[in-house]
Design a protein around this ligand. Structure first.
Ligand SMILES: [Zn+2]
Ligand SMILES: [Zn+2]
Length: 308
């Protein structure tokens, strides 16, 4: 194993260093709490990622049919999207999988599922969460790909795998525990991972619930992509319970990093987005609450309906 390590490290860096970037890039939110002109809201998250010719579904929503129905209303065709990323194993991000598979039983749609190491750490999975013996998914032709470190999954598209918790951001629900061989520990959602896309204008980061902490996630990405800048952060960041001091600390970190777009959906929290807007000096054009149907395009920025 020791002898193999340098090869593994080399392989990873050569992948990152190949510096493929996407020219056309768009994220469309398909599930989040707030809705606008189209679709219905729910406690959950899902987004479609379109990077040149690659289409990836990132999380699949909290109720069986929300993503399927919102996609239809937004005229987003999910047929043939092979790759699905599950940011973590919480039911508000995983429940819609079955309905999508049933709607498109073509053997292709949602047939590859990316999950981070530790995804099946919870022995008692409540309804909606995926179970370690997801035999129905596998027997219907589905395949799991476990990501245990930063990895490329498409041209210019990467997953972080589990994120080291350098700062005690604790952006997860307090009081939930995990039974491990070492005893009972806080369920800090160890499998939480984010997506990174290298665009012509810089890196874009997409988070599900951001349980690893958005600053931990962004600093980890900065380490993995030396010399590159994150220009946009999109998704759920679980700041809804954060106190003003933590929000200000987070906002100042984002400001220092030079983030140009902040689209906070799902568990980011409404007040949190507006406080981050105020502290960073961003505006209602580039720091917004994500609604169902909101898009982020690398050339056109954030486009939303009536709500700002
Ligand atoms: Zn969660
Ligand atoms: Zn969530």
């Amino acid at each position: 194993m020791r002898k193999l390590l340098p090869f593994a490290v080399l392989a990873f860096f050569s992948t990152i260093a190949s510096a493929q970037e996407v020219a056309k890039f768009k994220i469309t939110i398909l599930s989040t709490m707030v809705t606008d002109l189209k679709g219905v809201g729910e406690w959950g998250f899902s987004a479609l990622v379109e990077a040149d010719s690659t289409r990836i579904l990132f999380d699949v929503g909290g109720r069986p049919n929300t993503v399927r129905d919102n996609a239809a209303e937004l005229k987003v065709n999910l047929s043939g999207i092979r790759q699905v990323v599950l940011s973590h194993n919480h039911s508000d991000h995983t429940t819609g999988l079955g309905a999508i598979r049933q709607q498109f039983p073509d053997g292709v749609t949602a047939s590859v599922l990316y999950i981070a190491a530790g995804f099946f750490v919870r022995t008692a999975a409540p309804a909606g969460m995926l179970k370690a013996d997801s035999s129905a998914y596998v027997s219907s032709g589905g395949r799991f790909v476990v990501i245990d470190r930063p990895q490329k999954i498409g041209p210019g598209i990467y997953l972080t795998g589990p994120v080291p918790r350098r700062y005690p951001e604790k952006n997860y629900v307090a009081g939930r525990t995990l039974i491990t061989p070492g005893g009972v520990v806080d369920d800090n959602v160890p499998e939480d991972m984010s997506m990174v896309v290298r665009t012509s204008r810089g890196l874009v980061v997409l988070t599900g619930c951001g349980h690893a902490g958005i600053v931990n996630t962004l600093e980890y990405i900065a380490q993995q992509f030396p010399g590159e800048k994150v220009v946009a952060v999109v998704g759920g960041m679980h700041l809804l319970e954060a106190k003003d001091e933590q929000l200000d600390w987070t906002a100042n970190k984002l400001k220092t990093m030079g983030i140009q777009y902040f689209l906070g959906a799902h568990c980011t929290g409404l007040n949190s987005v507006y406080r981050i807007r105020e502290v960073t000096g961003m505006t209602k054009e580039n720091c917004l609450v994500g609604t169902v149907g909101t898009t982020f395009d690398i050339d056109q920025g954030i486009k939303t309906g009536w709500l700002r």
